[in-house]
Design a protein around this ligand. Structure first.
Ligand SMILES: [Ca+2]
Length: 226
């Protein structure tokens, strides 16, 4: 799309006709309440009363509503355009800015994952991930766990450290950044009294196991970026 007007088809109108990064022309046509009850303009657009079938860019304030750029997971540049941060690229499929996965990293959704088979303790793996601009894996839902399982099997060692560990402060297992573990896949009997750091373990179909020694037991680990 280029700058200027984009015309919605006449009712019944299509939705999500498309968007462009690097310009203000993030745009949709759809049913709504603006413009005679027949169309909705995104925050960067205003209803063109003269034509009455068109949302036109609000060029004077292209990023005035933050939701315009956050919708694509981007930011408002000095030029007043929604753009992706330098470490990210615009993904046509998900219609948002996503991290670009470096060689050796696996992509899943908008994140990149490194399955590192160099033996490291949980503590060292945590630091190693940070040095790579990432963190130990935080598993937030079933699809992410299934992805990790499949990759663990593919990369093939017996366990992989993930980013959970016992928090003395909170008296429960938490993620490395102290966020609550809303989704867990503990293996039967876990977590047990051997409070420590968490790994995904092959013998229990990659369910989660708590290992008491976070500092001296060296194994594989998973980093997550983005
Ligand atoms: Ca995650």
């Amino acid at each position: 799309m280029t700058a200027g007007r984009e015309v919605c088809p006449l009712p019944p109108w299509g939705v999500s006709n498309g968007r462009t990064v690097g310009s203000v022309n993030i745009y949709t046509c759809g049913k709504g309440t603006v413009g005679g009850g027949s169309a909705t303009c995104l925050p960067s657009k205003e209803w063109d009363k003269k034509i009455d079938t068109t949302c036109t860019p609000i060029l004077a304030h292209p990023c005035k509503n933050d939701s315009l750029c956050s919708e694509i997971n981007g930011y408002c540049s000095a030029k007043g355009q929604c753009e992706c941060e330098p470490s990210k690229i615009y993904d046509e499929t998900s219609k948002e800015c996503v991290v670009e996965c470096a060689d050796g990293w696996e992509k899943f959704g908008v994140h990149c994952y490194l399955f590192n088979n160099d033996p490291l303790s949980w503590e060292k793996a945590k630091i190693h991930c940070t040095q790579l601009g990432s963190n130990l894996l935080k598993v937030e839902d079933a699809p992410e766990h299934e992805f990790a399982k499949a990759k663990c099997a593919e990369y093939g060692t017996i366990y992989y450290w993930i980013g959970a560990r016992w928090s003395t402060e909170y008296g429960e297992y938490r993620w490395y950044d102290d966020t609550v573990m809303n989704y867990t896949v503990w293996s039967p009997g876990e977590p047990d009294i051997k409070r420590g750091c968490v790994d995904m373990l092959v013998s229990v179909d990659w369910a989660w196991n708590s290992h008491h020694d976070c500092s001296n037991t060296n194994g594989s680990s998973i980093c997550e970026k983005g």
